[in-house]
Design a protein around this ligand. Structure first.
Ligand code: NOJ
Length: 568
């Protein structure tokens, strides 16, 4: 067993560490491991059942010790929480349920002192319907100049009773909701690609563009190291908002450029933002959440004068299959090389079924899975998938709780669900609460250290089995998933050749397996359900399986569904 044998010592965290992480000359983000904190579910300092900024602040040393480089925080802004904070009412305020601006300031400062960077979420495609602009636009009626900051349109039909076009909301149902005029008569409609409580901004309005430049500066002045840009592909809509001409539009997502997604006009916005980011010291970055038809189109978002990274959702959607994985790895690396941007790798986030549960189920079920599947198999593959991800060149994203091997909670009762898509007809999402359950830290009774008091509340219920998966329960157990992550991140820090570069050298490997070299390092992956023998590539460094591969007559036996790291 080689876990825990890696040197876990880190340079003392200080301002220099913050300014000059690994590869700082080329950009710290190029090989960074970035940990996603979902504030509602990370740590609750005041016992109200909802995570908060002081809770996160108190747990920063855990993240430093885990070995990540940066922390991305999902939204904590003032919000009615119609979509768990992705409906922002005030972009410059912290919602009282999460704390105060002072808490945000303290969190950023503490993180920097620990050598961690902070990335905040920016939601520029839509605001909350409670945003002051939208409320005034409604109150002031059709003549309001603020209506131009959103997409208000008269309806079709004899009395305007039909939506202005046929677009559907990602969360299900029409993408339009009709307003009521101040005198009580039925009024114009407004566009919302997501929930009705999330009206889309009109990015042709100079007021919108100016406001977001100012919001960027507000948070950059607060010291944040970057932004994860929500729905980065959605800001610009095709002129005239043309009909799509068909039902089932969500199935089209990912295959074609839609009149509301991945329009070429978005790139001008990011070129402007890049200039602002570059004005600030310390390499501040922008990360695009851009669902595009192809990886090549994703690369457009990270051209040298645009953003720094874009999530690689094609990788997230790939099954546990050697040939498919190799194809998507090659495609991802090949697509990013011409624009000199790092590839990113991501397996889980707050919108998709956790990968331990995806891999526990048959392939092809998508990202809103409602069956637990074969848990042991899922965990074995999840651990192997993580070691593969962390051996690839580029930047990797870790979603809170995946380091504990958490499965999705697939049996949440309907009455506790909060995903807005769950309450609408036939949306793309709907079961995202399953990956948002508060994470277990310690103890034997819920909320397992998520909140300060045993028996206290948590906004979604945690399964009883999670006592055994807590940070406390896994710490020091060399077979635990938490120690696997700690060891892997320590090895990655000690061997910069893992994350660096833009390519891998594929080695011959039997069907169902992968083998590639990166400098003095080899990674082997067995995606099959049976052990496979290969010529031993070197000395075992780390394994996702229970024990190092057995070596017999120079042949290494790769365990079923495992990844091994080797020093050569
Ligand atoms: C993507 C976010 O990750 C998701 O949680 C949210 O519902 C939509 N964008 C809308 O903001």
């Amino acid at each position: 067993m080689t876990q825990n044998l890696a040197d876990t010592s880190r340079p003392a965290a200080d301002a220099t560490a913050h300014e000059a992480g690994a590869g700082a000359d080329r950009g710290w983000w190029r090989d960074a491991v970035i940990y996603q904190v979902y504030p509602r579910s990370f740590a609750d300092s005041n016992g109200d059942g909802m995570g908060d900024l002081p809770g996160i602040r108190g747990r920063l040393p855990y993240l430093r010790d885990l070995g990540v480089d940066a922390v991305w925080l999902s939204p904590f802004y003032a919000s009615p929480q119609a979509d768990a904070g992705y409906d922002v009412a005030d972009y410059r305020a912290v919602d009282p349920m999460f704390g105060t601006l002072l808490d945000a300031d303290g969190l950023i400062r503490d993180a920097h002192a620990l050598g961690l960077r902070i990335i905040v979420d920016l939601v520029p495609n839509h605001s909350s319907d409670q945003h002051e602009w939208f409320q005034r636009a409604l109150r002031e009626g059709p003549a309001s100049p603020l209506r131009d900051r959103y997409h208000f349109r008269p309806g079709k039909g004899g009395n305007g009773e039909l939506p202005p076009n046929d677009w559907e909301s990602i969360f299900g149902g029409p993408a339009w909701t009709r307003t009521e005029n101040p005198d009580g008569t039925p009024g114009d409609w407004y566009l919302h690609l997501f929930a009705p409580e999330q009206p889309d901004f009109n990015w042709d309005s100079p007021a919108v563009a100016n406001e977001f430049r100012s919001i960027l500066r507000f948070w950059l002045d607060m010291g944040v190291d970057g932004f994860r840009i929500d729905v980065a592909h959605g800001l610009v809509k095709a002129p005239g908002l043309p009909d799509l001409g068909g039902a089932d539009q969500l199935k089209l997502l990912g295959n074609d450029v839609m009149p509301f997604f991945d329009q070429d006009g978005v790139h001008e916005i990011y070129r402007g933002w890049r200039k602002i980011l570059d004005e600030y010291p310390g390499q501040r970055i922008g990360v695009a959440e851009a669902w595009t038809p192809t990886v090549q189109r994703t690369a457009n978002y990270v051209r040298p004068d645009e953003l720094h990274q874009a999530f690689n959702f094609q990788y997230l959607g790939t099954s546990w299959d050697a040939a498919e994985l190799r194809a998507v790895i090659d495609l991802s690396l090949d697509s990013m090389r011409p624009v000199d941007a790092p590839t990113t790798w991501v397996l889980s986030n707050h919108d998709v079924t956790r990968h331990a549960t995806r891999f526990a189920n048959p392939p092809g079920l998508g990202t809103q899975i409602r069956t637990p599947g074969d848990r042991a198999l899922g965990l074995r593959r999840a651990r192997a998938a993580t070691l593969l991800m962390l051996a690839l060149p580029g930047s990797a994203y870790v979603y809170q709780g995946e380091e504990l091997g958490l499965p999705d909670v697939t049996d949440l009762p309907d009455e506790v669900r909060q995903d807005p898509s769950f309450f609408r007809q036939a949306g793309q999402d709907g079961y995202r609460d399953g990956c948002r359950v508060p994470i277990p830290w310690s103890g034997t009774e819920a909320p397992y250290g998520f909140g300060p008091t045993a028996g206290g509340p948590s906004w979604l219920p945690q399964p009883a089995e999670w006592a055994a998966l807590s940070v406390e329960a896994q710490t020091g157990d060399p077979t635990s998933t938490l120690e696997l992550y700690r060891s892997a991140l320590a090895v990655r820090k000690a061997r910069p050749d893992l994350g660096a570069g833009t390519g891998v050298e594929w080695l011959d490997a039997p069907e169902g397996t992968l083998a590639f070299r990166r400098g003095s390092f080899v990674c082997t992956v067995n995606t099959t359900g049976t052990p496979v023998r290969i010529p031993a590539p070197g000395r075992p460094l780390l394994t996702s399986a229970g024990a190092d591969p057995e070596t017999v007559d120079g042949q290494a036996v790769l365990a079923a569904d495992s990844t091994d790291w080797w020093a050569v």
